[in-house]
Design a protein around this ligand. Structure first.
Ligand code: CTP
Length: 389
């Protein structure tokens, strides 16, 4: 797994990096840390050594290891600075190398992931903003701080980005950009078709697969938009998510964004039926009622008719004759790829199925939806974008 170097500056948010290191270790990364002299006043190197299982470097180590800045820079596959203070932002922008951290930055020579955290007034100071813009121009990634109550008890922008966002940016940084310049539209979750204002019919769907696909596509350099029905899975960070309720609303949003897209992945569990009529008032209890349903519009089939050169990916969940039924949908809906899953994967962590195109069938089986999503997206890139078909 990759080596992540974390530079820690002297800010109160440095305590949050402890939790981040634990999570990165759990995800399998090797972590090393460098503390600025002021960071040492907040937390001791021993804290970071215990969490990372590796030496935590400070300026005091330099005389003992004069090439520490070069060695650390060569070791790192990704270099995150969190929290980054106004002082360190400004030093990096000017190329100042007056401690082990800022010297390692110069020796690294590649894009950094810079996560500022400070008081709002300091963050908004024109000098800091100008220097942050300079970092972006150089090609560094600036992970914008969040809005909230700050350590100084002021409310505003300046909170260190959440560890979920920081980890997501590390994944982004390390991923090959096979989808650079591509625009991917993904639907996920379940639509609800309302019987009355409080009752509805729907499908089982957590949205986890769609969100995982969105993450992988973003990490691979695509611009991603997600149109989501109802979901229970955690939303992916840094991705635009538009929420819809019914199949009709989903259809409208998908069509609005269809021209924008190069690739459309219809992962949503769209309700195949809707009540003929939605009552405007809550239906009172009765011994028996009859619900009349009509077929909903098939969004994917509609897209298949107007797709031209876009890549269209559908999903099929089947209880029987999986490959045969999925193949039939691939042809009927004019798709480039269909992901066929047996119904038994519903609600389980383990995920398996087949990728089916007109020419081939590929079986897959993974212990998480994120791994399956990676397999699907990499297959798509290899087959349709790198001339692998
Ligand atoms: N889909 C859609 N609009 C619908 C129903 C489904 O766009 N009204 C899309 C789903 O997002 C999925 C694919 O079509 O990508 C397959 O959905 P599925 O319900 O399995 O297939 P159906 O064509 O509805 O066939 P059946 O329910 O008979 O299996």
């Amino acid at each position: 797994m990759a080596n992540v170097l974390i530079g820690i500056c002297g800010g109160i948010a440095s305590y949050k990096v402890c939790d981040l290191i634990r999570d990165l270790k759990r995800e399998g990364y090797n972590v090393k840390t460098i503390l600025t002299p002021f960071a040492e006043k907040f937390l001791s190197p021993m804290t970071f050594e215990t969490l990372s299982g590796n030496k935590s470097y400070t300026d005091k180590d330099w005389p003992k290891e004069p090439l520490a800045h070069i060695n650390l820079a060569r070791w790192a596959d990704a270099f995150l600075i969190a929290p980054t203070t106004a002082n360190t932002i400004s030093k990096i922008a000017c190329g100042i190398a007056d401690n082990l951290l800022t010297t390692t930055v110069l020796a690294y020579g590649k894009a950094l992931i810079v996560a500022p955290a400070m008081n709002t007034v300091m963050y908004k100071a024109p000098q800091v903003q100008e220097n942050l813009n300079k970092l972006k121009e150089i090609g560094h990634i600036v992970v914008e701080p969040e809005f909230g109550v700050l350590a100084c008890e002021e409310v505003g922008e300046g909170k260190l980005a959440s560890k979920e966002r920081l980890i997501d940016w590390i994944y982004y940084y390390l991923e090959e950009k096979g989808l650079k310049g591509k625009k991917v539209l993904i639907t996920c979750g379940a639509t609800k078709e309302y019987i009355d204002p409080v009752r509805f019919i729907s499908n089982e769907s957590s949205g986890e697969m769609g969100f995982s696909l969105a993450k992988i596509c973003r990490w691979k350099g695509a611009q991603v938009k997600v149109i989501a029905g109802f979901t229970t899975a955690q939303e992916p960070p840094e991705i635009e998510i538009k929420r819809v309720k019914t199949a009709e609303e989903m259809r409208k949003k998908v069509l609005e964004n269809f021209d924008w897209s190069d690739i459309v992945i219809m992962n949503a569990a769209v309700s195949d039926f809707k009540p003929v009529k939605t009552e405007s008032k809550k239906i009172k209890k009765k011994e028996r009622i009859t619900l009349e349903l009509v077929k909903n519009v098939d969004i994917l089939e509609e897209l298949g008719k107007i797709k031209e050169r876009k890549i269209l990916v559908g999903f099929a969940l089947e209880s029987e004759r999986l490959i045969e039924h999925a193949r039939e949908k691939l042809i009927r809906k004019n798709l480039d790829l269909i992901v066929a899953n047996p119904a038994e994967v519903m609600g389980t962590k383990h995920h398996k199925g087949f990728l089916i195109t007109k020419e081939e069938i590929k079986e897959f089986s993974f212990s998480s939806k994120l791994e399956s999503a990676r397999f699907i997206v990499e297959y798509l890139v290899g087959k349709f974008l790198q001339g692998g078909g």
